[in-house]
Design a protein around this ligand. Structure first.
Ligand code: HEM
Ligand code: CA
Length: 293
């Protein structure tokens, strides 16, 4: 992978992606969060190969139906828009859907005030997808610290990557059914925060009611980490990063030093973006991100 991969074949590609992302984020700030998450959920399932974007066929079931994705991941229409615009400016399909996700994730973070990094490019698109693999490798909100560390380790990512990348939760929202157990049963939670969240997430019903991960869900900042230090993490997996374990110190460091978080987040995004890419003659450049050519 290389940052200049499309310089000669289509120099207009990256500016085109940025334009569509900016328009989408301007229209709905949450879309920036949703696009960041798509790249993550693509990369963790057999590498960053656009597998997440494929719809079901007779030979495989879509990853969109996996436990961590169903009724949860969003933004596929924006990816289609980006793809159409990029193919229009390039004159033909030369940019992979996997690369579109990587660049859209970066541009989303930048659009919400976060750090910028040089995205490595040249990923190609898969010709298959796996709902069952997605079920088994995507981390879940109920994981404790050892489980999270192990989950990231299986992707070649270390503890520092885990904490930095979890900082992605500085933007976006989660549904009541995901954080209900924590706000009613956890002991490592600020009681005032639990009470606040219970108001939008009753014991029964309201499953799809939304709450922000931190008080500034449309700004990429360090509020997520400041919140963890105050036991105001929304998910069990968020608070696990600051709950008396080996990552407490790093959470505190990020909470006080935006620049350290900025630099680490960019580095870890590049590392995550390098997971098992298809390159050279492997895979294909899809004409439609939802379908194999
Ligand atoms: C560490 C393990 C992680 C777990 C257990 C986890 C889990 C979740 C869950 C359960 C949601 C809310 C889903 C819903 O309510 O429908 C979510 C949302 C989100 N996640 Fe993660 N996540 C993790 C890591 C990451 C990483 C590494 C990133 C990106 C770098 C990320 C970015 C996001 C974003 C931006 C949202 C909000 C999406 C939106 O509002 O549309 N997450 N995550
Ligand atoms: Ca994938």
């Amino acid at each position: 992978l290389s940052p200049n991969f499309y310089h000669n074949v289509c120099p207009q590609a990256l500016p085109a992606i940025k334009r569509v992302v900016e328009a989408a984020v301007h229209k709905e700030r949450r879309m920036g969060a949703s696009l960041l998450r798509l790249h993550f959920h693509d990369c963790f399932v057999n590498g960053c190969d656009g597998s997440l974007l494929l719809d079901s066929t007779s030979s495989f079931e879509t990853e969109k139906n996996a436990r961590g994705n169903l009724n949860s991941v969003r933004g596929f229409e924006v990816v289609d828009q980006i793809k159409a615009e990029v193919d229009r400016v390039c004159g033909r399909p030369v940019v992979s859907c996997a690369d579109i996700l990587a660049v859209a994730a970066r541009d989303s973070v930048v659009a919400l005030g976060g750090p910028i990094w040089k995205v490595r490019l040249g990923r190609r698109d898969s010709t298959t997808a796996s709902r069952t693999l997605a079920d088994s490798v995507l981390p879940s909100a109920s994981m404790d610290l050892p489980a999270l560390i192990n989950n990231f380790k299986n992707q070649g990512l270390n503890k520092r990557d885990l904490v930095a990348l979890s900082g992605g939760h500085t933007i976006g929202l989660s549904q009541c059914l995901i954080f209900r157990n924590r706000i009613y049963n956890a002991t490592n939670i600020d009681p005032a925060f639990a009470k606040e969240r219970r108001a939008t997430c009753p014991r029964t019903g309201g499953n799809t009611n939304l709450a922000p991960f931190d008080p500034t869900p449309a700004r990429f900042d360090t509020a997520y980490f400041k919140n963890l230090v105050k036991e105001r993490g929304l998910l069990t997996s968020d608070q696990a990063l600051f709950s008396g374990g080996s990552t407490d110190k790093l959470v505190e460091t990020y909470s006080k030093n935006p620049n350290v978080f900025w630099v680490d987040f960019g580095k870890s995004m590049i590392k995550m973006g390098n997971i098992k890419p298809l390159t050279g003659k492997q895979g294909q450049i899809r004409v439609n991100c939802r379908k194999v050519n």
